[in-house]
Design a protein around this ligand. Structure first.
Ligand code: SAM
Ligand code: DTB
Ligand code: SF4
Length: 319
């Protein structure tokens, strides 16, 4: 097994982005095959357990209280409702259940309500993931004790582009939480969004920040911005398709053992784009008709896609 590299220089990563598309994809796919079954895609399911009214100003987000996106706020879901949704996700073939809350950070009191959700999902035999905003070290230990497998906390974009996207926290705040989660020995799920007004060098810089963490994130969600009417980024220029695929390929080369999730934005991607992303090294998706507040690629379309590509069909059909 090759040593994982944690000292990536920005120029090296820019060099990968500068390769010819076919050379880059060949390299990424070769590494992908050395580390994973290329026909297997991990399936996660997502549930928004607390909707809207978030005090943060993330310029892409439908749930920020700073923008009028027409979203109806809802308080934290009851445990039994969460668990019945989790059961349904399991029946549909999900192996991980991810619960997201529109918080800047959880209070200790609210964390008490999350713990039985984690324990209940674990008891069903699924992996658990939560994304609750910034944590203290103490809270990370509490979540570990509850049996949490993964904590999702995206760095979203490069350190250099961060203040163009969010002003209510800084990049270092994000890194601090990631460190607390790693100290608590919880797997990290951290990635970002493409289409936040960034340049290629920002994508390279974001991947450097992820790969140069103490440990590579076990799971790396790469989202394509879902433009939300009412947010500052509702009409921002998206990256080209080849640039999106390149970013997946570079992530695969830099972090060969991490699972890369093709996350938001799939509803707008066709069969060929999905196929290229899986070839470049993506090997996980969110499965289910809804993401947090927007539509996901519907499950029927995903079933057909997997069948056509010869991917992981057995997992999607378990009941
Ligand atoms: N509030 C917590 C936080 O920010 O960490 C957890 C929930 S937040 C919605 C989870 C992640 O969803 C964000 O970090 C961002 O990467 C992603 N996200 C949010 N809105 C998005 C959008 N419109 N398009 C793509 N990804 C989005
Ligand atoms: C992640 O990286 N993407 C998911 C999950 N982690 C929490 C969220 C995507 C949200 C897409 C926009 C929406 O549905 O509001
Ligand atoms: Fe709040 Fe998370 Fe949305 Fe930012 S991304 S506004 S922190 S819910």
């Amino acid at each position: 097994m090759k040593e994982l590299k944690h000292d990536w220089e920005l120029t090296e990563v820019e060099g990968l982005f500068a390769l010819s598309f076919n050379d880059l994809l060949f390299q990424a796919h070769t590494i992908h095959r050395e580390n994973f079954n290329p026909n297997q895609v991990q399936v996660s399911s997502l549930l928004n357990i607390k909707i809207g009214a978030c005090p943060e100003d993330c310029s892409y987000c439908s749930q920020s209280s700073k923008y009028d996106t027409g979203l109806k706020r809802e308080k934290l879901m009851e445990v039994d409702v969460v668990l019945s949704q989790a059961q349904e996700a399991k029946c549909n073939g999900a192996t991980r259940f991810c619960m997201g809350a529109a918080w800047r950070n959880p209070t200790d009191k609210s964390l008490d309500k999350i713990i039985p959700m984690i324990q209940g999902v674990n008891a069903m035999g699924m992996e658990t993931c939560v994304t609750l905003g910034m944590l203290t070290q103490e809270q990370a230990f509490t979540l570990k004790e509850a049996g949490l497998d993964y904590y999702n906390h995206n760095i979203d974009t490069s350190e250099e582009n961060y203040s163009n996207v969010i002003t209510t926290r800084n990049f270092q705040d994000r890194l601090n939480t990631l460190e607390f989660v790693q100290n608590a020995d919880i797997n990290i799920c951290s990635g970002g969004i493409l289409g936040l007004g960034e340049e290629q060098v920002d994508r390279a810089s974001m991947l450097c920040s992820l790969a140069n963490l103490k440990q590579h994130p076990s799971s790396i969600p790469l989202n394509l911005l879902v433009p939300i009417p009412g947010t500052p980024f509702e009409r921002i220029e998206p990256p080209t398709e080849s640039e999106f695929v390149r970013t997946i390929a570079v992530a695969r080369i830099m972090m060969p053992e991490s699972v890369i999730r093709l996350s938001a934005g799939r509803a707008e991607m066709g069969e060929a784009m999905h196929a290229l992303c899986f070839f470049a090294g993506a090997n996980s998706i969110f499965y289910g008709d809804k993401l947090l507040t927007t539509d996901n690629s519907d499950t029927n379309t995903d079933q057909i896609l997997f069948e056509r590509l010869g991917i992981n069909q057995q997992l999607l059909n378990v009941h």
